[in-house]
Design a protein around this ligand. Structure first.
Ligand code: SF4
Length: 159
């Protein structure tokens, strides 16, 4: 009897990229749901970021690295482990460290769903009015009060 083949993250990625090629060849669409952003980038053309059931950003794969990011998306992206010394220390002291989820008080559905945890919230705007949905450069769509320039400037340079 043959021994079972080992299943590694590399074989999973190979399988997904093969699946993507087949889907492209056959003209099929698919939805891939994951927190694993490296894999998402490898197999998806359009990336949609949800927080608490709300679409907070959509970004084409081509603009993934350069575009302004919603604060929640920035946190997700900066939590992808990097194989370099000091990454973890840098990550844990980052301005974008995520505060814990508030327990007890339900969020106000009229306001930003990320308000209670957002390290970049703007007092007087985020806590009083619903965030606008806007189209930015690179065909990015974002739901946030912060301007595109703000979001780019506030991204940690090396995280
Ligand atoms: S609208 Fe305000 S609270 Fe919501 S993600 Fe943007 S900056 Fe943060």
């Amino acid at each position: 009897m043959k021994s079972p083949r080992r299943w590694t993250p590399w074989s999973a990625l190979r399988c997904l990229t093969c699946w993507r090629s087949c889907a492209c060849e056959l003209g099929l669409s698919y939805v891939f749901i994951s927190h694993d952003l490296n894999t998402v980038r490898a197999v998806c053309d359009d990336i949609v970021v949800l927080y608490a059931g709300n679409k907070v950003e959509s970004v084409p794969r081509a603009a993934f690295s350069q575009a302004a990011r919603h604060p929640y998306f920035e946190l997700l992206a900066s939590s992808v482990p990097e194989l370099r010394q000091g990454w973890l220390d840098q990550r844990s002291t980052s301005r974008l460290a995520l505060p814990p989820m508030a327990v007890g008080t339900p969020p106000n559905p009229e306001l930003c769903s990320f308000l209670d945890r957002c390290p970049l919230r703007v007092t007087g705007a985020c806590d009083t009015t619903a965030p606008p949905r806007r189209r930015l450069r690179g065909d990015v769509e974002i739901l946030c009060h912060r301007s595109e320039a703000d979001l780019i400037a506030l991204q940690p340079a090396s995280v």
